[in-house]
Design a protein around this ligand. Sequence first.
Ligand SMILES: NC(=O)c1ccc[n+]([C@@H]2O[C@H](COP(=O)([O-])OP(=O)(O)OC[C@H]3O[C@@H](n4cnc5c(N)ncnc54)[C@H](OP(=O)(O)O)[C@@H]3O)[C@@H](O)[C@H]2O)c1
Length: 248
Amino acid sequence: MKKAVIISGAGSGIGRATALEFSQQGYFVYLLGRNKERLEEVAQECRSGARRYGCDLNNSQQIQKTCEDIISQQDTDVQVLINNAGVYERNDGFTGGLETWRKQFETNLFGAIELTQRVFPIFKKRGGGSIVNVSSTLGLKTAAQVSAYSASKAAMNSWSQSLALEGGEHKIRVNCVCPGIVDTPIHEFNKLKGASKEKVLNSMSSLQPLGSIGTPEQVAKAIFFLAGDNSPWTTGAVLAVDGGINLV
Ligand SMILES: NC(=O)c1ccc[n+]([C@@H]2O[C@H](COP(=O)([O-])OP(=O)(O)OC[C@H]3O[C@@H](n4cnc5c(N)ncnc54)[C@H](OP(=O)(O)O)[C@@H]3O)[C@@H](O)[C@H]2O)c1
């Protein structure tokens, strides 16, 4: 049986880079997301095999159907789950409506919880597994105008550590990666081109002690480290991968 990983939000940014990292390391990759065309493009790039699922994490039926199909695949051994899908919206904590709170909690937290609960029987049956939740430095240290996003990621950090406590007896490790500012489609600046993009990147780079914003590939390496065989005794870790921005 081929070792396999399930990755949510695998069609772009950090999820795509993580899919390619696992694929390079010989994993079959189950790619989850809403945009099937982008997932198909990533599937074509995965050299060790991939299968894509149109799966909206706000839709319980789609999560259930996706996991049932993955469980029915006899030729893969799912060892890892990466809860990566997420949305980011700014909001004013005093005046912003509850809609953006609901949207970000529904996807960033409840979607991850539901997917994890559906994958849990796979890990229980095989006697272990590894989960990496993609959180954010904003879950460690908040900023103005992002209270809903920050709170959803702080909750994710806490939930991950609760799962790490409960997962021990099942040999399930649960860890979090907290990226800082990474150049992905989640940010408006990602769509800029040429000199205007360079200007934005330069101004943001100086915010990090290491002097640059991150790439999806740099975060993917940390996710792979926490997920795989290189960290067999690590659980409940909340790892900042952020050029040091969390410290300033
Ligand atoms: N980039 C950063 O600076 C940064 C910093 C800290 C944390 N993060 C976290 O990193 C993770 C990945 O984000 P990214 O930066 O790589 O941005 P991205 O390219 O926009 O990726 C987000 C992914 O989430 C998926 N997604 C969103 N809503 C979904 C839903 N309802 N159901 C299923 N999939 C959904 C999207 O796929 P579809 O559109 O196909 O559904 C997309 O592929 C997120 O959790 C984000 O909060 C990013």
